[in-house]
Design a protein around this ligand. Sequence first.
Ligand code: BG6
Length: 481
Amino acid sequence: MSFDLVFFGGTGDLTWRKLMPALFQAFRHGKLPPNGRILAVARDEQTDEKYRTWLHDRFQDVEGAKRPNEEEFARFAEMVHYRRMDLSQPEHYARLKEWLAERTADTVVLYLATSPYLFPEICAQLGNAGLNEPRVRVVLEKPLGHDLESAQEINRVVRSVFKEEQAFRIDHYLGKPSVQNLMALRFGNVLFEPLWRRESIANIQITLAESIGVGTRGDFYNTTGAMRDMIQNHALQLLTMVAMEPPSRNDADAIRDEKLKVLRSLNPFTPESVARDVVRGQYRAGNADGRKAVGYLDEVKVPPGSQCETFVAIRTEIQNWRWAGVPFYLRTGKRLAARDSQIVVNFRPTPHTIFPGLNQPNKLVIKLQPEDGLELHLLAAKGTGQHEQLSPVSLDLDFDKAFAENRVGAYERLLLEAIAGRLNLFVRSDEQEQAWRWVEPVLDAWERDTTGPRPYSAGTWGPAAASALVARDGYAWSEEQ
Ligand code: BG6
C-alpha cells in the first residue's frame, strides 16, 4: 500500500515534537508501509534539504533511545519533502494537488497540525481544489472548537467537503496502550463483564494528573483551561471506554455508537449541581518535581487576575441500568503532586466477612502514565494456623515489560491507523458535540460566578474541596485510600 502524508503546520510544535518523532518510530519498527512520502507544508520558503536539516536538529530534543542515529535519520529523511504554502491562496492548493498527482498513492492523509481556527478555511480550500476524493483522509487535531457552537461550525464545514468516514478527529488518549487494553480486558475476557456494573462496583475514578505547569503556553492555556483542555476530550473519552456497553462488532461505528450512548446518558448539569459537584482550582506557588514552582498567575503570558482553571474535579453519574447510582469522579490538573494518570475501578466490599477487621474491597487500577499496565488488588492469606491473616496483594500486569517489542506510542499508533483508514480510535462528530453539550453548562456557570477557582499549592493534589467531593459519598481518591 502506498501513501502520501501531508502535514499542514509542517514547522509547528506539534509536527516536530510529536508527529515526526512518532512517524520515525513507526519507520524504525518497520510498521510504516514502504511506499510512502511525507510532505511538510508551511509558510517559509525552503528546500527539502534545508527542511531535513532543520528536522535533524529538532530530533536532537527527542529523548534518548528514541533519537535516530545518523544512518537511520538519513533513510527516514529520504521520505520527507517540503513545500511552501500560504493556506489562504487557492493556487497553492492547486500546487499541492500537482505534487500529489506526481504519482497515485493508494491513500492520502492530510494532517491539519495548525491552529484550529484555520480548519474551516483549509477544509473549504481543499474542497474547492478537489482534494477530497475518496482516497483522501483528513486528520484534525484538538482543540476542535471552543464550545458547542464553534465545534458544530467546524464539523459543518468538514462535512460539506468530506464524508464522515474521511474525517479522523484525534484524541491522543485513545492511542494510549492501556486504553486498548481496557477494551481487550472488558470485551476479550469473560471474567470482568459480570462484575462490570452497579451491583459490584462502588465508584470509578479517572485521574489525569500532570506535575508540569503551563510552561510557555500561558496565552493558549488561559483561553482554554483544564475543562476544555482535558475534560471535554481526554477524560470523557476514557469515561466512555470504561462505561460503554459491549459493541456488537469491533468496528468504528459499532464502538462509537456505544460511546455516544454513554455521553448521552451522563447526568446533565444544572447551576445547582455545578456548585455541588464540580470543583475548579488554580495553582499557586509551591514545590513541584523537586523544584520551586511559580503560581499560575506568575507564568509567562498569563494575564493578571486570570480566573482560568488549572484543576477540575467532577462527580457525575450515568443514567442507565448498568450504572445508575454509581459515582464517576473525574479529575485533572497541572502542577499536581505527580504525573500520574489512571482509571481506578473500586469494587464493593464483600457482603459478609469472616475475617474480622479486614474487608478491603477489590480494586482494579488501569495505569496510563507514567507506565502503562494493570493492577488488580486482592486480599490473600499470609501466615499459617492461628497467625493466619489476610493481606492486600496486587496482581501486577506490567505491559511495558510483557509486550515490550510491540509497544507503540499514542501518536505512532494513531498515525498508522489513519494511514490504514481505521476509524476505531478516532472521535466521531456527534460524540464530540455531545461532549461539548455536557461541559457547556459548567463553563457557563463559571462565567457567571465571579468567586473564581480555588487556590491550591503547586505539588499537591489540588484544592481540599476535591477530597470533600469524594468524601461526601464515603469514599476517597485512590492516593488517600
Ligand atoms: C494535551 C493538552 O491534549 O494533553 C496538554 O493540551 C496536556 O495540556 C497533554 O499536557 C497531556 O498529554 P499526555 O499524553 O502527556 O498525558
